[in-house]
Design a protein around this ligand. Sequence first.
Ligand code: SAM
Length: 346
Amino acid sequence: MLFKQNKKIPLDKFIYDSLYNKEKGYYIKKNPFGKNGDFITSPNISVFFSEMISIWLISFWENLKKPKKVNIVELGAGNGEMMSQIIKTLDNFNEIKLSANLLILEKSPLLIKIQKDKLNKKKVKWIKNFKKIPKFPTIFLANEFFDAFPIKQYLKKGNNWYEKYISLKKNKLEVCDQEVSSKIIEKYIGENIKKENFVEYSPSAMRIVNEISNFIFKNNGGLLMIDYGFISGKMKNTLQSVQSHRKTSFLKNPYNSDITHLINFKMYMKEFAKSDLKSLMTTQGNFLMKLGILKRAELVTKNLQFSQKADIFYRIKRLVDEKYMGSLFKVLFVSKTKSNFNLGFE
Ligand SMILES: C[S@@+](CC[C@H](N)C(=O)[O-])C[C@H]1O[C@@H](n2cnc3c(N)ncnc32)[C@H](O)[C@@H]1O
């Protein structure tokens, strides 16, 4: 147990323990996806989502001049749904099928088991870290991956900065803070510290961002990252937790609810730019529409009954409509500066 009475730990350590504690961690003991879980992700809403991702990655591979070997690495594959649709789609495109080395980087042993039960183990390899990725062009896919990383939060009061901690008092978890040198925060966000009086930052996510950047810079390829988040404005407290599809307090039920945050896309883009990589960004709605999700659905549903058609189009609406996931969810494409590929971002 990480907590002892009257002891406090930084917010990111608390989130990490809640989600990945070896015995009780949320992602260690539970399959959180779907109706009976706590939340649903785009690949589990509609297969057309993963089909569009597959079409995008085939086009990107063509734009990379069809390298004979290409890694397709899914970061945090959840219940394996997106990878299973990618495999199905690639089966229809022999050239890339023969070139593709499909890899999954996954942290949760329980989810690895679920993925292995769902996917053809001969077609996919599971890796523990970036060192295991063969050094050839690589397309990284990350759907709702970075929002699952622990964050730190800092607050300015007067001229001083404080870091958010969680403490256990009389068996109750409480938020408290501890003074911290502004130099530590400056290390993360540089000059921007002058503009902010609240800072949210994930050191562990930025470490992965740097690994991805180095890999793309050296071996070519790109990252397609899809997540909920914001682009402009001051930093804000975006911490949230859900249980059984409802918002809950992250302190109430730490090992049983998913704790996430909104992605600060501007910060990610700045980090990629430091490695001389360029970023293109759009909303999920725009990306999927540009890739032709509606046309594809119209084609496939031509001979279906009305109720089946209605269900498919309702699911697509959830993915693309502004009122649902269409604009809160953003798509970020990171590649070498010389790349001219912009499918979905025109
Ligand atoms: C919110 S789920 C999204 C799953 C899936 N991409 C989807 O869209 O359904 C986050 C996933 O990332 C995994 N994950 C979180 N941190 C990770 C890390 N540091 N390394 C590998 N996987 C991680 C989780 O175990 C989980 O599979």
